[in-house]
Write a protein that binds this ligand. Sequence first.
Ligand code: PLP
Length: 449
Amino acid sequence: MTISATAKAASAPQNGNQRLLQAAAEYVPGGIHTAIRLIDPPLCVRRSRGAYLWDVDDKRYIDYHAAFSPIILGHAFPAVIDRVIDTIKRTDLYGVSTTELELEVAKKIVQHVPSAEQVLLCCTGSEATFHAIRVSRAFTKRQKLLKFQGCYHGWHDSVLRNVISPPDRVDGLDPGSAGMLSAAIDTTIVCRFNDLDSVEAAVKANPDEIAAIILEPIQHNVGCVLPKQEFLVGLRRICDREGIILIFDEVITGFRHDIGGYQKIANITPDLTAMGKAIANGFPIAAIAGRRDIMQRFNTRPGGDVFFSGTFNGHSSSLAACLATFETLEDPNTHKHLFTLGERMRSGLRAIVERNGFPCTVAGFGSVFTVYFMKKNKIENFNDLIDNDAALYVNYRRALMKNGVFETPMNLKRSHVSLTHTESDVDLTLEIAESAMRSTFDARTRGEF
Ligand SMILES: Cc1ncc(COP(=O)(O)O)c(C=O)c1O
């Protein structure tokens, strides 16, 4: 065999997942449609049901990735799917005026989310945060935005920076893409989560210039960093004092932790809220909601001066999914199950870590959990996560995958239980997790990564 033939044989796809990804890469850059879907080893899903996924080779996984969080009830949840199918047989999308379904969904959001006096529907979380920031700028006649290191709010220029930053860029300049408008980068200030002093200093250095403070009330884009109550209270106080709009990005926390969002749990009402993901158990819909006087600035109202538009806003399929999801979340047993199962997972993981003396920290809230590969008593912001061993984090998740448990093998990504996961799914996962952790630490000891 020639050298090039040998190299070719080595890079030939080994299984259906690799073959499909390679075929797609002929037509699509990298073969995938969202940058962070590229994992090693690749996983191409053909079907799903409840708590499980099956790849193109028909291998089954217990799914805790939940498509990056929307799947709160489980895949193809019957009440959602039935409602969608029934609805789209008689109605779809019109691009004129409003529909009864849009009104029903808006009423539900206003009913449940404390900050929501009025609502606008869009399709993605990025759109929701984009509109929240633009209306804040119009309302305050100010330009600057304050965000926190480690929070992700979507792909647009004002927010795409300082999420999972390399250590030398933490709290500094860390734009997330080439091609970003430098003016947008320069008008975004980055502060430390749970650190009111850093916020006070930024406010002092930029007097009457900050339009909005935006945050994930729990930092789930770096696993799970909980807010101190006094931090949220302090942000509310600073915003009231300085005339700054407080935006909670509840794209992950909303609905997953409470039907009223984390703002209901924390009893802190922001001025604006961005919602998405779990709002419709995987169907594409998002929302911005908030104070009536701010929402009235959108030009969906005659005389409004803040542009708001979207061809697919309010598609009946997503609205139907949203209503069926709300109905399920309105049953208190839904969140009870999510929280109980999440706690079973976390306490099981903690027991594994303690039993084996692994240098790990288990974190999470409600249905969300993760294992950081570092030993820490307190995790208050991204700086506390710099010691997390990314290679162990990712390789542990690869070991889980090998054994039929899917937590995406990417550093600092969170995992979730859904309504359809059972105690026996969790117990089986814990058995697999213990051997996966052991084999990962053994491989590290052997110098394999
Ligand atoms: C907290 C948060 N906000 C906004 C977004 C952007 O949402 P989308 O991907 O739907 O645009 C995400 C996506 O992961 C998110 O986690």
